[in-house]
Design a protein around this ligand. Structure first.
Ligand SMILES: N[C@@H](CCC(=O)N[C@@H](CS)C(=O)NCC(=O)O)C(=O)O
Length: 260
């Protein structure tokens, strides 16, 4: 049996692991776990509650995008993921930052935005192997999924405003890594695989596009990754109140999304 990669469709660290498997030419089967169910499925099998996790054909189990990339590098050295003009140490440090600091940003923002526009969740099923749920089922499921995801990801108005306020500095850092040749080299390295999927998910939040558009990071994010068709309409995030303290969220939960 080929390797089995346990994912939640649309998850950015899962995209990291999938891309690495494809680059290394390792055959794998994607096992899709419904959103918010990963603690129930992953914990008993891998010990931790998050996706991605992989079970290789020889039975070795590895959880976490960075650990999966390292296991792949060990098993299939070519093409290398930690080798490039900028040097392995710079790639590893950018990868660490991409995982620990940058990766959590879209999580809190996305679940805030879905709270405002739950209808937008329907299109995020595009490309999944499991059959797509119809809109009424998505809206009913959202009532269960949203509170669980908000709890799992520590979503709060304060965290949302902090993430928005810190995003330009993070984008500056990515532009700097591109200029320094740590990212965006001839072929994707481990840091590219970690950072580009997070950028792509942020782009799916239309409120954030003005912060990203025109930067080197904008062209970079879709160099190796197909753009996401799904997006969340503008007005989902408290952009104009990013610095305000104590302001309520942008709109009441469950409000219908505008068309488009
Ligand atoms: N940094 C880890 C974290 C992965 C992670 O948090 N995945 C999310 C989905 S994007 C998850 O499964 N969350 C469920 C939870 O926090 O219980 C990695 O790159 O593997």
């Amino acid at each position: 049996m080929p390797a089995r990669l346990f994912v939640v469709h649309g998850s950015h660290p899962c995209a990291t692991a999938e891309q690495a498997l494809e680059l290394k030419g390792v055959p794998f089967r994607r096992v899709e776990i419904p959103a918010a169910m990963q603690p129930l499925v992953m914990k008993p099998m891998f010990g931790g509650r998050t996706v991605p996790g992989i079970r290789f054909e020889d039975g070795e189990k590895v959880q976490g995008s960075r650990a999966i990339l390292r296991a792949l590098e060990r098993r299939v050295p070519n093409p290398p993921l930690y080798d490039g003009a900028a040097g392995a140490a710079a790639i590893e440090e950018a990868e660490r930052w991409g995982d620990e600091v940058f990766q959590p940003v879209p999580r809190s923002l996305l679940w805030t935005a879905f709270g405002v526009y739950p209808r937008a969740m329907h299109a995020f099923q595009d490309g999944q192997r499991s059959p797509k749920l119809p809109m009424p089922v998505v809206l009913a499921a959202a009532k269960v999924i949203l509170p669980v995801e908000r709890r799992l990801n520590d979503v709060s108005d304060a965290a949302t405003r902090t993430a928005i306020a810190e995003l330009p500095g993070m984008l500056d850092r990515i532009d700097g890594l591109i200029a320094a040749g740590v990212l965006n080299g001839e072929r994707p390295n481990a840091a590219d695989l970690q950072i580009a999927p997070t950028l792509r998910l942020l782009w799916a939040l239309r409120d954030l596009r003005p912060l990203i558009a025109g930067r080197p990071a904008e062209a970079y994010m879709s160099r190796w990754l197909a753009p996401m068709a799904a997006s969340v309409p503008e007005g989902a995030l408290p952009m104009d109140r990013a610095d305000a303290s104590g302001a309520p969220a942008a709109a009441p939960e469950g409000q219908a999304a505008p068309t488009g």
